[in-house]
Design a protein around this ligand. Sequence first.
Ligand code: MLT
Ligand code: MN
Length: 310
Amino acid sequence: MLKILILGSAAGGGSPQWNCNSDVSKAVRSKENGTSPRTQSSIAVTANDSEWFLFNASPDLGSQILANRQMHPKKNLRHSPISGVVLTNGDVDHVAGLLTLRERQNLAVYAHQRVHSVLKENSIFNVLNPDYVDRREMKMNRKFELKNKNGHGVGLEIEAFEVPGKIALWLEDESKGQDFGTEDGDTIGLKISSINEKESFYYIPACAKMTNDLASRIKGSSIVLFDGTLWTNDEMASSKVGEKTGQRMGHMNNSGDDGSIEAFKNLDVKRKIFIHINTTNPILLENSKERKIVEENGWEVSYDGMEINV
Ligand code: MLT
Ligand code: MN
């Protein structure tokens, strides 16, 4: 048994984004038919229905916990079904929620060494008291079981691997050339399995390109939650909200010859689900032609509160 709960299906900023008047943000804000609000990027997974791990911790984590009864304290005066967090990069939308997890709760935080080092340099993360919160380095391309703070396995096995991407926006260093100081490990994907590997799925909320390595990993898999940030590479410019392209931000577009819909065509993935979707992306509007194309190509668009039994 493996259960996935989508806590937040939108990209950084959410949808609607607080300062955005793009078509999607406006439509969601005015509660048009075929729209729903989405919070920022995070999922929760359990293999035993009681101990959950978060995969990324978004700035919206407080409201996400409130909105999902599975995340509520259950047992004692102080309790959380959340045993820990696994991080896939250092983006604000993926790490700021760690600050919500203060208040002396036992947790294990797994991340690539690159991400741990930036958390360490930012003393605000010291609110995660080391007496209660273990920070554990996640090695790449090696299977291991997630353990809670007390060292007990929670029945979830992980394999992390590097994918093409970019250093977090707030860590970009223009003096380091055109990739702004990006190094291997700044963006990772995860294979998440039940301990006996009977069930498994892939979680890849950011990815700049389909490589041969990635294609061969996910080929024939049962479920892939994949970077759905933008419909087109130049969407931010064409919707007049910014000038950065998807590639500049480390995300591959959904549509087009170089897009994810095309890249998945021969990979025989049973369920393909877009996640980390930007508020400019028209696939967020249920009645849009882009949403129709996505669905005709066998993709689902994740939503907050979506539950998936693997
Ligand atoms: C991204 O996914 O590109 C980042 O979350 C952007 C951001 O940090 O705002
Ligand atoms: Mn993001």
